[in-house]
Design a protein around this ligand. Structure first.
Ligand SMILES: *Cc1c(COP(=O)(O)O)cnc(C)c1O
Length: 445
């Protein structure tokens, strides 16, 4: 049995993989999760000195691994932020996995880098960022936020204060700790929106406006899908000489909808912006686009130097993605997204994103028809928060557990301003009204 190349012992592996991928593309089942005491024994003795061969190894993979996962990419997954990669992205991701394109540098993978940069430039344009803005794809929003915030810190001189709303993603808080920065947490009002006015007031109250290095805004908060007042925040941040980073990991996808553009007013003035095509842009896992208004500044922070890699830096005319994010070796995780755009066109992307908005609208109408249920707020994007009279933490958890046990849907309640509430996120274009009816049925009492 050969490790590299192919031989008789591994010859049917491609067929097995293809069958699994094809089956998954057509499967809308939710899948299941399993307690450790049931799952872990299946792995006993799997790693041996001699190996167990393809048939037994594949069988183990199917029984122990594949059978015990929830389909985040399915139409019944309505929790956290789901995924729903397009078939074209999935197949190109398989190519990316198989080829080990070394997309850290232009020297090694010019073609892959050029394709990724074409996709980045398309994002730049719809975000309204100026020509010359650029960056790289990295593994996800958390690393994207960390990478951009590191650049903001490095250009801030001795200033270390970062203004951030109480609605910012958890990775922002972690990034601040890793970067040795200090958070000025600005509370949001009932609408969950971080505004320029609130920022100015918080700075004045803190008496520390002169320490401000960075303002982090959300363009689609994870919990509620709220887009902050980017215009107001840009104005206040820049008046203080501070950096504006916009985290659009989830909500940035709505930039493809002309009817949503106005909500992003001010984004074009951001110093850095991220969006995760692996969320609402239907690419495969591990794909975050990071854009800087001035990529040369980012290179000062992220370029790695060493006798073994200086040869990668062949001149200003070439572009090394790894100089713009905290990652050296990297798969070209933007390539599946680029391929999807090329194959289907941007109108297809727009239509698919809009489906989630329509599902949200439908759900809002359904919720309004249920006595004892009310919306926490009018949704801006595709997240719906709602309360039901008489329901607290235990009832919401029981609702979620029951839906999962019956394999109806994966949902997760959340906390909004201290109260446990129901939460649904729409993203998958194949979620149906019938599925939504099943999810809402227990609320009708
Ligand atoms: C999902 C999310 C992140 C984190 O992205 P990962 O890709 O999971 O690392 C950051 N910010 C926001 C607003 C998000 O929704």
């Amino acid at each position: 049995m050969t490790l590299h190349g192919s031989d008789a012992a591994t010859a049917d592996l491609p067929d097995r993989v293809l069958r699994l991928v094809q089956a998954r593309l057509d499967n809308t089942a939710l899948g299941r999760t399993t307690p450790p005491d049931e799952l872990l024994p299946l792995f006993d003795g799997a790693i041996t000195a001699g190996g167990i061969g393809v048939p037994a190894g594949w069988d183990l993979f199917e029984r122990a691994v594949a059978a015990h996962t929830v389909a985040l990419d399915g139409p019944r997954y309505l929790a956290f932020i789901p995924m729903s990669p397009a078939a074209s992205a999935i197949w190109m991701d398989a190519v990316v996995g198989a080829t080990s394109y070394s997309a850290e540098s232009w020297l090694e993978a010019a073609g892959a880098v050029a394709a990724e940069n074409q996709a980045l430039d398309w994002i730049r344009r719809i975000a309204g960022m100026p020509d010359g803005s650029g960056g790289a794809f990295c593994s996800g929003g958390s690393i994207g936020n960390l990478s951009a915030m590191a650049v903001a810190r490095d250009v801030a001189g001795g200033r270390r204060l970062c203004a951030v709303a109480d609605t910012a993603h958890a990775s922002v808080d972690n990034s601040l700790r890793l970067l040795g920065m200090e958070a000025l947490v600005v509370p949001t009002a009932a609408d969950g929106r971080f505004t320029g006015e609130a920022l100015a007031a918080a700075l004045a109250a803190s008496g520390r406006a002169g320490d401000l290095a960075l303002v982090v805004a959300s363009a689609g908060s994870t919990n509620a899908g709220v887009i902050d007042d980017l215009r107001g925040l840009a104005d206040v941040a820049h008046a203080q000489g501070a950096w504006l980073h916009v985290d659009g990991a989830y909500g940035g996808a709505a930039l493809v909808l002309p009817e949503c553009r106005a909500m992003f007013d001010g984004l074009g003035d951001a110093d850095s912006f991220i969006v995760d095509p692996h969320k609402w842009w239907f690419s495969t896992a591990g794909c975050c686009a990071v854009l800087y208004r001035d990529p040369a500044i980012a290179r000062r922070t992220h370029t790695q130097h060493g006798p073994y890699i200086d040869v990668l830096h062949t001149g200003d005319e070439t572009w090394n993605p790894s100089d713009h994010v905290f990652q050296l070796t990297r798969r070209p995780s933007g390539l599946p997204f680029w391929f999807m755009l090329v194959v289907h066109g941007t109108d297809a992307l727009t239509r698919a994103v809009r489906v989630a908005m329509e599902l949200t609208e439908h759900t809002v109408a359904e919720l309004r028809s249920i006595t004892d249920v009310e919306l926490v707020m009018e949704p801006s994007l595709s997240v719906v928060l709602f309360r039901r009279s008489g329901w607290g933490r235990d009832e919401w958890r029981a609702w979620a557990a029951d839906l999962l046990a019956r394999e109806v849907a994966f949902v997760a309640p959340t906390t909004w301003k201290g109260e446990t509430v129901g939460r649904l996120v729409f993203l998958h274009p194949l979620t149906t009204h019938d599925m939504i009816a099943e999810v809402l049925a227990p609320l009708r009492g």
